[in-house]
Design a protein around this ligand. Structure first.
Ligand SMILES: Cc1cc2nc3c(=O)[nH]c(=O)nc-3n(C[C@H](O)[C@H](O)[C@H](O)COP(=O)(O)OP(=O)(O)OC[C@H]3O[C@@H](n4cnc5c(N)ncnc54)[C@H](O)[C@@H]3O)c2cc1C
Ligand code: SF4
Ligand code: SF4
Length: 381
């Protein structure tokens, strides 16, 4: 098979169909990388810290982030960055600063590093903004659900919506284990007071492991079960007039989406930001769907996660695939229409999945990457 067998341009492949257009909420918000330092670390609970990063070492460069987006943070001594959602509305941040809520993960490298000792003043590199999660422009009721440090993006969205005086009702269910895991209560009460006067704002913490004799008289159970029982099953909320926002652990979000889908809510009204980690699958690129727009390359937070390759060699056994990177000195320098995600380098931020207008990137695609010259298999490019 010649290297160029089967080559055809994207317009030909999509014969007669309009080319998918980039999402304008992601387009134009290219990832910028800023060196900076840790301005402060403050304990929110026994296992969650507020981290404030100062970008640009005093230069205060703008970030142009929207509430709901996230950044990749990298510190010395750790091989890869990690993704963290902005935890304040951008307009509430001091110039050049970004705030994050970070929860300690057992055996976690980044969170373990942060919790180990006082890191104030240490160097940090921030790449962002990333992702397409954020406030939609409708006037529908906002149904927000977060768990653990998923408070971050939802808090940021609600704070921004409050500042913008959006004329919408908001209902926020927050899932935590016990009352010791609750934080931002005063700040949320303040948002409630400042919310649009003609609309309601309600915050409902739901505890799953609070001791029966603790005196807690609030909601109990798993947050998505509670939402179902107390808002959907009794008809309290009309989902036809609602937009849902989820943020936090993937199992909570999957369960919440199932509950809403079973109740008839359309997937297009559900927005979410899943806190994937190293155990989540890396996305795979289907090059036969790619329209060569470069959006994924413009939002990737690390240099080598998505690579232009001239040759892909799929391993028959376990172990990573091999590839030849397009390099003017070592290959012809031609672009071979083949992008490849190196799962060893990928940090599972899924920014490329959000940015791709052609649905060419997904963690659900078969691990064998498809190229324009046929399905990549052992030794075939
Ligand atoms: C878009 C996005 C936004 C996020 N926002 C936030 C946020 O605002 N706040 C927050 O606290 N977190 C957030 N996260 C999660 C965050 O990026 C990290 O995954 C989390 O902090 C753990 O990082 P770590 O370095 O401490 O742990 P890691 O060292 O990355 O380990 C994480 C977990 O994965 C397991 N693990 C590691 N490697 C593997 C492997 N190869 N196979 C199987 N399991 C493995 C570890 O045992 C551990 O339990 C976000 C994630 C995403 C994708
Ligand atoms: S390949 Fe995609 S998901 Fe992985 S780090 Fe790069 S942009 Fe993020
Ligand atoms: S894979 Fe990358 S270059 Fe191809 S269509 Fe998607 S975003 Fe554009």
């Amino acid at each position: 098979m010649s290297d160029f067998a089967g080559f055809h341009d994207p317009a030909e492949r999509l014969a007669g169909q309009p080319l998918p257009a980039p999402d304008k909420t992601v387009y134009g918000r290219r990832v910028a990388t800023h060196r900076g330092s840790i301005k402060s670390v403050r304990s929110l609970t026994y296992d969650t810290y507020e981290l404030v990063v100062e970008r640009g070492n005093g230069g205060q460069p703008a970030l142009n982030a929207r509430a709901g987006q996230y950044a990749a943070l990298k510190v010395a001594g750790l091989d890869k960055p990690r993704s963290y959602s902005f935890a304040r509305a951008p307009e509430c941040e001091a110039a050049g600063q970004s705030t994050f809520f970070i929860r300690l993960v057992p055996n976690g490298q980044f969170s373990g590093w942060l919790f180990e000792k006082d890191r104030t003043g240490e160097e940090i590199v921030l790449s962002g903004p990333l992702g397409g999660f954020g406030l939609d422009p409708s006037s529908d009721r906002m149904l927000c659900v977060a768990g653990g440090s998923g408070m971050s993006a939802i808090f940021s969205i609600l704070e921004h919506a409050c500042n913008e005086r959006v004329a919408r009702d908001a209902l926020f269910f927050y899932g935590a284990r016990t009352s010791k895991d609750l934080y931002c209560l005063d700040e949320l009460a303040e948002i409630g007071k400042r919310w649009h006067p003609k609309h309601s704002f309600e915050f409902i913490p739901v505890l799953s492991e609070e001791p029966e004799d603790s005196g807690w008289d609030g909601a109990r159970g798993f947050v998505t079960d509670y939402m179902k029982k107390n808002c959907l099953d009794n008809g309290r909320i009309d989902l036809a007039q609602c937009k849902a926002y989820f943020c936090g652990p993937p199992p909570m979000i999957d369960s919440g989406i199932r509950v809403l889908a079973d109740a008839g809510m359309s997937g297009s009204c559900i927005f979410y930001d899943k806190f994937e980690d190293a155990s989540s699958p890396a996305p795979v690129i289907d090059n036969t769907k790619c329209v060569l727009c470069d959006e994924c390359l413009l939002v990737k937070p690390t240099d080598n996660c998505i690579i232009e390759v001239s040759k892909l060699i799929r391993n028959s056994g376990p172990g990573p695939d091999r590839y030849e990177v397009v390099s003017p000195s070592e290959t012809s320098g031609l672009y071979y229409n083949t992008l490849y995600i190196d799962e060893e380098e990928c940090i599972r931020c899924y920014a490329c999945v959000d940015a791709c207008p052609a649905n060419a990137i997904s963690p659900d695609y078969d691990k064998t990457p498809k190229t324009l010259r046929g399905v990549a298999a052992r030794g075939i490019t």
